[in-house]
Design a protein around this ligand. Structure first.
Ligand code: ZN
Length: 87
């Protein structure tokens, strides 16, 4: 396992790993645990991270968290929508 890591050293980690926790499951397999909703996804290094990225993009808990961050903007947006509807 060590040599694989060394050979791929210059390959940077994908951004998804900022939002996922790499863990080993009961079967000794690498998994990626979503930091937002704690869902466990398979994380074989050789299989790429497209499915992980897909989860991050569609993670409901993550989106709720992001919405919560700019709460006031969201309220204003809803208000504007209602005004447009009345016109
Ligand atoms: Zn998630």
């Amino acid at each position: 396992m060590e040599y694989i890591t060394a050979r791929r050293k210059r390959k940077k980690r994908f951004k998804v790993w900022k939002e996922l926790e790499e863990e080993i499951n009961a079967h000794g397999e690498s998994i990626a645990k979503c930091k937002h909703c704690s869902v466990e996804l398979s994380a074989h290094r050789d299989r790429g991270t497209s499915h992980l990225k897909r989860h991050i993009d569609s993670c409901v808990k993550r989106h709720l968290g992001l919405m919560h961050e700019d709460d006031s903007d969201g309220d204003n947006f809803v208000f504007d929508m209602n005004e447009l509807r009345n016109c």
